[in-house]
Design a protein around this ligand. Sequence first.
Ligand code: PEP
Ligand code: MG
Length: 512
Amino acid sequence: MIIKSVASTSGYGSGKAFRLCRGDAAGTHVMSIDEAFKAERERLSVLSVENDIFAAHLEILDDPMLSDAIEEHLAGGENPLEAVASACDDIVSMFSSIDDEYLRARVDDVKDVCRNIESRLAGNFSGSLDIPEGSVVVADEIFPSDTSRMDLSKVSAFVTRKGSVTSHVCIIATSRGIPVALGVDIDMIADGDNLIVNGNAGEVAVNPTEDELSKLAERRIVNESESEIIQEPVEYQGHIVNVYGNAGCVEDVAKAMAAGADGIGRFRTEVVFMRSEEFPTEEEQFEIYRDAALLCGDKPLTIRTMDIGGDKKMPYLSTEPEDNPFLGVRGVRLCLANPGLFKIQLRAILRAGSYGNVRILVPMVTTSAEIDRVRVLIEECKGELSAEGKEFDNSIPVGAMVETPASVFAGRAIAEKVEFFSIGTNDLTQYIMAADRGNSGVSILYNPKDIAVKNAVEVIVANAHEAGIKAGICGEAASDPEFAEFLLEAGIDSLSLSDPRMIPVTKRLIRR
Ligand code: PEP
Ligand code: MG
């Protein structure tokens, strides 16, 4: 049987279905609440010996606040699954509004604990995210915290009911070459089914027949013949259009460079932060950025400064609760609000600059004044590093992500202050179309190919060129061949792609 997905990212993956179940409020109950708590307590007690996260989960599980809230909902007539889900909602909304950093940071932990209880009640608990080698992970939705708890090297594909290709989970998966099929009717898939995910065609084959297997193999051969590596930069109508890779870790940089990337157009440093349990030190960051720079040689490594906020929260970085996080303190706004932390990152990047061709990319720029303030901090860091006798790149280029409407319409002023532009169509689309990038209810509006977004891209490229700087793109839309053709016509100078396998395909498309 072949199921169509609503959206997908490119690539192939196959393996046994591993269902990440979180319980179903309408489902049957295979154990009582007390039994579910007991089983969960036993599991967490073992795990907490080695990992503090699970110790924190154990505390939440044993906190009377949770059991009292569940009791209250049971007394109100809800079934156990509904009662746990409602109790979770109550605690999450209460924590989110409390002016206490520690409690706010516990929201995701509460959700995780409740999800596991719900799964146990429904009899579909799949343990900690201990994924067997070569699994296709099937879930209603995958949260960023799920991926940080999985060994992604064991995952060959993701299949989900909800989510969009620009969700951060999807981006992380894509950067690892893991295809994701979204909007799939996962009720058709049982745990242990043999699955083949063809992200290029947006299809998921469930227990495929011989006939289906040979059709899938044929399509794959055609696709692979298009993936021969091209090392040199390619030209479109006589002007070089660089094809860069997007990366979140040193391993991604290696994969992109091996696929013939002309450099890295966006090194997404939040991944470095998400993998850590506390704010990474300057030395830890420096080592990662230096290794990435060494892998790029003389080709550019564009390090995007921390783009935290919005849907990317770090438990150790406290932020005020916000009604509209995507319109709140995120990206450069958060960096400028925390100059001490920001300078640790800037110092690490400046130092890594002496090992290669490193560029700084600033996310969520809205005004040219933000660039001025970033530059003041960079100069302060340079002064400190000189005084300490540390080596750094004194002429490191600084670029702006263009992803807010303000940076389109006030783009000339910003272009005068930076050395390059990088268009972030993931956010630009949501802000231009006023459609949340993660909300499937408005996914029809969330379309980077809409004329409104295309017009904005043309303005951005013109702003850059008038100021004598280059404009590239690092949003996911760059991987869409149809959109890439529009970008080439619009005069784009570089495309930065999350899936390394798309690098040779895109170079071939540009040359054609
Ligand atoms: C973008 O907005 O296009 C982008 C690349 O940034 P992120 O997806 O991290 O917000
Ligand atoms: Mg963005």
